[in-house]
Write a protein that binds this ligand. Structure first.
Ligand code: ASP
Ligand code: MG
Length: 412
């Protein structure tokens, strides 16, 4: 029988009533003839509570015990979902990650899935079980310890199962009804997209559109898993939600598909560093070792053998970045006059696969921002994205103006 993966996020399983509603959605797919793998998150708020308990008990906690505790939220919902389905006379059972087993690396709290041998679950499907309910977000390390995949990781569990079982589709039920051209809380003209390409979704996910965990989109792209994002609170048709799929299956032909933003950015400038071979390595090596996620980088024109180096990173990593740079200065690896941190910036990006073939996107973007009197501090581009750093207080305005300028409210 064809396999379908259905993932229910925290708000979709927030209480027993919602679990029942989710189970009814599962029943519809079972009736269509699918064997269903249901991936569940913890009830909404549960993981945060568990994380809080761990930090309160032990400020410098053992990550293996962190995983033992925070993975437990999903175990509860998996069991409750299986019971709910059984009450509806649907043959179902729950699986914790280690029982499948979901084999991961040993990187506790940020483990990666290495393999999901399908044999155990397939054997149960062969015996007549119709729904395997699997606790998302968790797995087991080669050492036999429980691991978790990082916050939001049950999306990744779902996609990994869809790949391992060659599922027809992976439906992600969440509290929004799809992927929008921008955040509807910022622009009331935001429009739901029927389809979006993996690459665009990847840019939007990593740029702060919090619909899907970035890693899950990477996996979906690699294994060509058709992902559908849809709301668990609305009546569903087969056309509901947004399909995240291969570029060739996207119908729209416009240069920009969406405007993304990331509010909490910082711009760091090392003033007057020596302009010599190896200087970039001497700066970005220590930053990477300190776990700083550097995004944009600019090196200015050198004067008298010295230059300024600017980079951006998430605002909560500024302290780590400073420490890493001060360390590198103290040990003589680099030398600079001053390190200036501008922590009041935000990043706004226009994303679209159409940019590859259509020109003028950058010009429209810069003109739009200039018409609004917004100063651009840093620019970065890729094949399908143009990002700018601007003062945070103009972020909403920039998003709205760009959404208007690229006429994203209009469907093709
Ligand atoms: N419950 C986990 C979290 O809140 C995993 C997930 O829901 O995706 O991060
Ligand atoms: Mg999530």
């Amino acid at each position: 029988m064809p396999v379908l993966v259905m993932k229910f996020g925290g708000t979709s399983v927030a209480n027993l009533d919602r679990i029942r509603r989710a189970a009814k959605r599962v029943a519809v797919e079972v009736a269509k003839g699918y064997d269903v793998i249901v991936i569940v998150s913890a009830m909404s708020g549960k993981t945060n509570e568990l994380v809080g308990w761990v930090s309160e008990t032990s400020p410098f906690f053992d990550a293996r015990e962190y995983d033992a505790v925070v993975s437990s939220g999903e175990n509860v919902t998996a069991g409750l979902m299986a019971l709910t389905l059984q009450e509806m006379d649907i043959p179902a059972r729950s699986w914790q990650g280690w029982q499948v087993p979901v084999q991961t690396t040993s990187a506790h709290a940020a483990a990666r899935i290495e393999d999901i041998p399908p044999a155990n679950i397939e054997a149960k499907f062969a015996e007549g079980m119709r729904v395997a309910v699997v606790a998302g977000f968790q797995g087991v390390s080669p050492e036999g310890r429980i691991t978790t995949l990082g916050r939001g990781g049950s999306d990744t569990t779902a996609v990994a199962f869809a790949a391992a079982f060659e599922a027809e589709r992976c439906d992600i039920y969440t509290d929004v009804d799809g992927v929008y051209t921008t955040d509807p809380r910022i622009s009331d003209k935001a429009r739901k997209l029927d389809r979006i390409a993996f690459e665009e979704m990847l840019e939007l996910a990593s740029l702060g559109a919090k619909v899907l965990q970035t890693r899950s989109v990477e996996l979906a792209m690699r294994y060509n898993v058709r992902l559908r994002v849809l709301s668990s609170f609305e009546e569903q048709s087969d056309e509901a939600g947004t399909l995240v799929c291969d570029e060739e299956d996207v119908m729209e032909n416009r240069p920009v598909s969406g405007i993304a933003y990331s509010r909490d950015e910082a711009k760091m400038t090392l003033v007057s560093v020596a302009d010599r071979p190896g200087i970039a390595a001497a700066i970005f090596g220590p930053l990477s070792e300190a776990g700083v996620n550097v995004d944009m980088i600019i090196q200015n024109i050198a004067e008298d053998g010295r230059t300024d180096m600017t980079f951006s990173c998430p605002v909560d990593q500024v302290a780590n970045a400073k420490k890493a740079m001060e360390g590198a200065k103290a040990s003589g690896e680099i030398n600079y006059h001053e390190l200036i941190a501008d922590t009041d910036v935000a990043k706004v990006s226009a994303v679209g696969i159409g940019m590859r073939s259509q020109s003028g996107v950058a010009a429209t973007m810069f003109k739009t921002l200039s018409d609004e009197g917004i100063n651009i501090k840093v620019i970065a581009t890729s094949e399908i994205k143009i990002s700018v750093l601007i003062d945070r207080k103009y972020m909403e305005l920039a998003v709205q103006a760009l959404h208007d300028a690229f006429e994203l409210e209009k469907a093709d």
